[in-house]
Ligand binder design. Structure first.
Ligand SMILES: C[S@@+](CC[C@H](N)C(=O)[O-])C[C@H]1O[C@@H](n2cnc3c(N)ncnc32)[C@H](O)[C@@H]1O
Length: 372
């Protein structure tokens, strides 16, 4: 089978490296995600282990779709008996670019109609739609008038790990945080510091990665577990993968140190850490004063936008932070227009990333070699 794991723009290289480490065959980065191949179990592994992927899609059919009839007939021809029957629910999402049909809501409707019409004709009853918690998630992608219907193995997006406390202000998505931690160059052995940690997403992702905890272990279920064809053999295979993952876990992570000016954010970080069984050292304080002598990585997503009164002052604090931690990897995820004062260290080439739809830049510095 062929698969496409989707990822936020700019995080594709992190996902590619991660899927290569899982030793999945045919790994190749593309725009918006990473291709790989294998049997269904390869998709199970990606769902269980990927920290960066949002979804794991498998193409079911590709067809000419210059108009409404093309979409309907293309989808209608697809046999979904292995996943969907009249007792189950479905949801369809769609995206289109450079095509005559331009309304994704209409594409969802057409796709859903074609799927349920086929099942009703053959089975005498039809599955219903559940937009909140469907058993089967389908995705239609239309590009240059060619449609591809995908089956989504993950179901709900993989960033929903089920660990984080709700209520945080401007939290990073877990999947973006995982990519940022990877891009920072941290070795997973030395102390990891987030001096503006908010609800602690970067610290949590760092801790889970260092402890080799498979992020999918905390999920209630994956989409594929609710398909018609997910029987005893498939359940056994998934259980084996989970048992293997648990056996690989390390009991502890290196020190994970968080600081923030907002005590309520630190309280959320503390609660999420308890849920995730990750231990954090948290302190109230400003990032401008942070100085952790043995830090291996200093990684942060400082405040931006409306919440920020004095961007130039923050820019000076950040530059000081970089220079004070000369022996550490430093990675700062900043709004594109955040000024940064001059640093004594030379930055690596910046990476463009998106925090939701906010264009950001990830600036990184490698450790200076210690003086002889
Ligand atoms: C964009 S949020 C970080 C979100 C965090 N990565 C998360 O996922 O929850 C920025 C954080 O910086 C904190 N902050 C603002 N000014 C600060 C300062 N001078 N020193 C330290 N933290 C600061 C805010 O309280 C906020 O929690």
């Amino acid at each position: 089978m062929k698969f496409f794991a989707t990822a936020a723009k700019g995080t594709e290289p992190a996902l590619r490296d991660e899927l290569r480490e899982l030793q999945l065959p045919g790994v190749r980065a593309d725009r918006g995600g990473v291709h790989f191949e294998g049997e269904a179990i390869a998709a199970y592994r990606a769902c269980l282990w990927s920290r960066v992927a949002l979804r794991v899609l498998s193409p079911l059919a590709t067809f000419e779709a210059p108009d409404e009839a093309g979409v309907y007939e293309g989808v209608h021809a697809v046999d979904l008996d292995a996943v969907l029957d009249p007792t189950r629910t479905l949801v369809v999402t769609a995206a289109c670019r450079s095509s005559r049909l331009t309304h994704s809501g209409y594409l969802c409707q057409l796709t859903k109609d074609a799927v349920v019409d086929r099942i009703r004709t053959r089975r005498g009853a039809r599955p219903s739609v559940d937009k909140r918690d469907a058993d089967v998630h389908l995705f239609l992608h239309l590009a240059k008038d060619v449609g591809t219907l995908y089956l989504d193995f993950a179901g709900h997006s993989l960033h929903e790990r089920g660990l984080r406390m709700p209520g945080a202000e401007a939290p990073l998505r877990e999947t973006l945080a995982a990519a940022v931690v990877r891009y920072s160059g941290w070795d997973r052995e030395s102390p990891f510091v987030d001096p503006a940690c908010g609800s602690g997403t970067l610290l949590l992702e760092a801790g889970l990665w260092a402890r080799r905890v498979a992020p999918g272990l905390s999920r209630e279920h994956f989409g594929f577990e609710r398909w018609v064809g997910f029987g005893d053999a498939e359940r056994r295979r998934l259980d084996e993968l989970k048992a293997e993952a648990r056996a690989l876990e390390r009991p502890s992570a290196p020190p994970l140190i968080g600081r923030d000016v907002a005590e309520d954010a630190l309280a959320l970080a503390r609660q999420s850490a308890r849920r995730a069984n990750v231990s954090l050292r948290l302190e109230v304080g400003a990032l401008g004063d942070a100085e952790i002598a043995d830090a291996g990585a200093v990684v942060a997503n400082p405040p931006y936008g409306r919440r920020l009164a004095r961007p130039a002052e923050l820019g000076r604090d950040l530059a000081r932070l970089v220079d004070r931690h000369a022996q550490a990897h430093v990675a700062l995820l900043l709004a594109e227009d955040q000024p940064l004062a001059r640093t004594r260290r030379r930055p690596e080439p910046p990476r463009s990333l998106f925090n939701g739809d906010i264009p950001c830049v990830l600036r990184t510095w490698s450790p200076l070699a210690p003086l002889p």
